[in-house]
Design a protein around this ligand. Structure first.
Ligand code: RET
Length: 268
């Protein structure tokens, strides 16, 4: 990584945001686990997948925070910290590998709440997993070429791999749109249709934060500088909380109310 000097507040902001991120994952983990029995058994797999997603993100953000602190050293002037200098490479590579676990799970869990089963379930599951993996792997290759980050930077290759990844992302959006439309039909007459349909714009917005973070070096000029590094971490963490935990809470709320409407009562 080229030398980066961070203002004290920039260094601390990222450290705090990452810590908040894994604290939210820990809270989400408990919430999804403790509320699972409020749901009919047919919806519970959605909670299980939320638990899997939360724990993997918890670990990732924890190590991301440690790696952040290890990658910078304080610069002292007259005994006072005036800035932070980079001393190692801090990369987003771990995140991408974490998405390999989380993306297929996040995409699959909605199928249970949408009451999609049988051959349709298998088809959506296969498409989601395939597109998700290909989107991430191509994006992972692309981030190695990120402008200004290492000696291997290459603007064109970075954009080409990012572009290929975007094609798979568009397939995911199309598939998710179909799933939500179908799920809304399946729960017609329920009070939960509104919340369930709201997941569509929520999904579009929160998932699109990831490619925006990828593009930060292009939006802020040629080389990597502190604005790029800091804004990427803040954006990725906002995206993590909204696309995993808040999305999971919406799905859990829908399944709990659907369970009640279907006459289910939690055993005492
Ligand atoms: C990349 C590369 C650039 C192009 C696109 C991307 C999309 C990434 C997305 C990631 C979603 C991740 C989630 C993780 C949750 O754990 C790979 C940044 C389109 C949409 C939801």
């Amino acid at each position: 990584m080229s030398d980066i000097t961070l203002q004290v507040w920039e260094f601390e902001l990222v450290s705090h945001v990452l810590t908040l991120g894994y604290a939210v994952m820990a809270a989400g983990l408990l919430y999804f686990w403790l509320t699972i029995r409020q749901n009919l058994p047919k919806y519970r797999m959605s909670n299980v997948l939320s638990v899997v997603v939360s724990i993997s993100a918890l670990l990732l953000l924890f190590f991301q925070q440690q790696s952040w602190v290890d990658s910078y050293t304080p610069v002292l002037t007259g005994g006072v910290v005036t800035s932070y200098e980079s001393i190692g490479t801090f990369s987003n590579g771990f995140r991408y590998l974490n998405w390999l676990i989380d993306v297929p799970n996040l995409l699959t869990q909605i199928l249970f709440v949408a009451a999609i089963s049988g051959a349709a379930f298998r088809k959506y599951w296969r498409d989601f997993t395939l597109y998700g993996m290909l989107m991430i792997v191509t994006g992972y290759v692309g981030q190695f070429y990120e402008p200004g980050r290492t000696a291997g930077s290459d603007l064109v290759l970075w954009l080409v791999w990012g572009g290929i990844s975007t094609v798979f992302y568009v397939f995911i959006l199309i598939t998710m749109t179909k799933v939500i439309d179908e799920g809304a039909k399946n729960m017609k007459g329920s009070k939960m249709v509104g919340i369930f349909k709201f997941i569509k714009p929520w999904f579009y917005i929160t998932w699109t934060i990831y490619p925006i973070a990828y593009l930060m070096p292009a939006l802020f000029g040629a080389g990597i500088d502190s604005v790029v590094v800091v804004s990427q971490q803040v954006l990725y963490t906002i995206a993590d909380v909204t696309s995993k935990i808040i999305y999971g809470i919406m799905l859990n709320t829908v399944s709990t109310f659907l369970s009640q409407e279907e006459g289910f009562q939690e055993a005492a």
